[in-house]
Structure formats: C-alpha cells, structure tokens
Design a protein around this ligand. Sequence first.
Ligand code: HEM
Length: 463
Amino acid sequence: RHGMKYIPMVAKGCTDPIITLNFGFLKIYVVTSPDMMNAVQRQSKVFSFGPFLDFAAERLAGLTGKTLHAFRTVEAGGQGLVKTVMHASTPFLAGKSLDKLNRDMFSAIQPMIDELATKESVDLIEWVHYAMTLAGTRAAYGPMNPFEAQEVRDAFWEVDRNVSPLLMNFLPWLTARKAYTNRKIVLSAFIEYLNKKGQNQACDFILKRYQVLSEAGLSDPELAQNEASVPLALLSNTIPATFWVIYTIFSHPDLLQELREEVEQNAFKMVEGECVVDLKAIREDCPLLISTFHEIMRKGSNPASTRFVMSDFTLADKYHLKAGNVVILPSQVIGRHEKAWGPSADEFNPRRYLTPEPSDHPDDPKTVRRTGRFMAFGVSAPICPGRHFAASEILGLACMLMMRFDFTPEGGEWTPPEPHTGSVLAATGPVKGPFNIKVKERDGFEGKPWRVEIGEGKGLFPC
Ligand code: HEM
C-alpha cells in the first residue's frame, strides 16, 4: 500500500542500527545506521547482490528455461551472462559514447521544448513523461526506436506502475495481469526492432549489449525478451526525478533566481542570436546547481539497496542474520541519519553538497565522503552505471527550462502531487498527475532559438 515508502516508515525512530521485518517465509533486515551499513559492505561475500540479478532476470524480464540458465549468476549455477553483459556495456555510459548519447537526447527533445513554448498551459507530469520517454529512448535505440509508438510507451508505463505482483511470480498471467499483458506488447515491439536490425543504429551501450548477447548464442527472440526490461532502468527513475528537480527549483523562487544567475554566468551564451546552454559547463562550473540536484535526490528519493544473506552471520557481535534472507540499506533512513549529516539531516538545504560546513557533522566535519552522504544511485557495486546519463538529461533539461520559461502552477500554489505507490522500481518519487502549470517564455527571451551544447569530456558528474 505504501510502496517504497514503507521501509523508511517502519525504520523511522528506531534506535537499533538494524531491525527485522518478519514475513514468516522471509526476514527482511533493515539497516538503519551508517556504521551498520559499513559493516554490511565490508562483507561483500556474505551479503551479495548476485541473487537479485537472477531475481530480476526471472521476474522482471520473464526469462525461463535455458535463457534463464544462461543469464543466471555463476554462483547460482548459471552461465553468468547478466554480469558479463553489464561489465562489457557499462564503459559505454561514459566518455565519447556518453557525449553522443547526450547529443542525440538533446536533439530529440529540443523540438518538444520548442513546442512547449507555443503553449499557454500544460500538465507538467504528462509533458515530462512524454518528452523524456521519447527523447531518452530515441537516443538509446536510434531511428527505429520501439517507443515511437504511443501504444508501446503506454504499455511500458503500465508495466512500471503495476510491477509489484509481477515480482511475486505466482501465476503472473492471472495475478499480475496488467503488467504481464503490457510486457508482451513491449516485447513484440522489441522483436520487431531486432527483425529490422534497429540495434545497428542504437547507442554504443545498447549495441554492445546486443553484440555480447548474440555472441553468447542467444536467438533474437531470447535476446529481445531480456532487452525489453532494460527501459525499466533507463526510464523508471529518471522521469520522476526530472519532475521533482523541475518542481523543486521552480517552487523555490530565491533558489531559482540564484541558479539562473549561476547558469547565466557559467553555462549560457548567445551565439549568433541563438541561446545556448552548455552541458559541460553545467558539470564543471555550476556547483550550486549540482548541489541542489544532489539534495533533491537525497531528500526526495528512497532507493533501498538490497543484498542477499549467503551464509549465517553475526554483525557487530550482536545481530544474527540467517542465510536465505534479505538485507536492505534504505537511503531514506541512512542518508538522513544524524551520523551522516548532523542535526540538519532532515532539512532541505540546496547548499549541502558545497564545501561541508564544519558544524554539519559531529564526528568528522571535514570528511566529504561520509557514509550515507549520497545514496540516490545506490552504494558501491552495483552503483547505477547510468547515473551520469541521468544527471545529464535531468540537469540539461532543467537548465533549459529555467533559463527559457516562467512556470506558474494553476491555482497559484506549488502543492506536491500524490505519489504513485504501484511503481516500486522507481525510487525517485513517482507521482500521479495531472499537475497543470501556466507556461510563459521569460522576458527578453521570447521567440528566440535555443539548443544544448554537449562539449567533449568524460561526461561524468560528481555523483
Ligand atoms: C535518476 C535516475 C536514476 C536513478 C535514481 C537510478 C538509480 C539506480 C539504483 C539505486 C540502482 C541499484 C543500485 C543498488 O542496488 O545498489 C540502479 C541500477 C542500475 N541502473 Fe540506474 N538509476 C537512474 C537512471 C539510470 C539510467 C538512465 C540508466 C541507463 C542507462 C540506468 C541503468 C542502470 C542499470 C543497468 C542498473 C543495474 C546495475 C547492475 O546490476 O550492476 N539507471 N540505478
């Protein structure tokens, strides 16, 4: 009922560094303190992420039989393809490949932003979903993008919003009907994409995945079955996070003003009458914007990194964890712990990630890399490999919107929309629409052409 918010709800106020939720057939150990998280992370053989890769291959992607065996981790008796493909493709989410991905994403979204300028009002949630889904997937999958069809986009979001019963894996065609039938629509689009050899014009990350999987002997339908679940990683978190970044910046007028000044000075230029936002300069020369992004993600998202207990283990000589159960490291609890951030841990402070205030941390004021400092993209391995692309998409778009537009919510008040609790894969606060805003180009910028310039570099944000 509460979706991803359930864990922090039960953990809030607990004084123990780890607590047990007993579901009878399964215990979930919820870590509530940074020190205990360190202790768990030090035992990477005992607390492993591997079984969750198997879980996702079976329940999210719906793999069965010999395809599932090929993907399963070696530890679980499989061929370990899930790790092989991740390892081979992750480097293509940085450097030149990331520059190209960003370039393609912003050239895809630019006409949609220009169209926004012709409107007087819009449902911001719907617009962000539409524009980011289309632009992100065009950049990833190329001109034969399976998500061009609205039917496929709608089916994808139906899967995302109804994924919980699918994860139970109990007669999914009956108990998870919506997700199950819509997953089939997405899958058919991916099969057609491969039939047309669409992957040959995909981004390097996607192309590498196809190469590795076909070299491993997978047929196109088997390959499509796995790849049809990749957009859950590509879109499920990025889109709600984009909404919240835009919402938070525009709903804090003083902050908006400061950010506009920072961007105007460091990451904006006029080139022959064209307004240009510079993504490389956003990364390198806009510390307040980056800090604001981190703080919105710290406060607003609630990913819970998950580990499987491989063998019985006693933590801190006191807490006995039994093999076969699950450990959760919830960022909403650990990342807001006083040990991570001192007494201001629960406040929204867009300057938090600038040079740390000496009074901020009771134990070690100068430490920037304190445990629990920033967990929105997960912790250590398997930290999100797409985080730099996500940050580029979100911040590039947010800058373009705040430099070009004034947004006013209908009714005048910035009142946060209702959460969408069915979307349990998204840790970034998915919401239910509509959220109607009035749109107006800013004084002095009316009717001007705009673009985002990518610039060369490693493409890496400090996250
Ligand atoms: C705001 C946007 C995003 C957020 C908050 C986010 C967050 C996360 C988190 C928390 C994890 C799990 C880490 C753990 O369990 O400790 C993860 C994994 C992953 N993410 Fe993201 N992510 C985002 C965007 C993206 C994008 C755009 C991509 C795609 C290119 C992506 C690709 C992946 C992949 C492939 C994994 C699995 C990594 C593995 O199994 O080793 N993510 N992400």
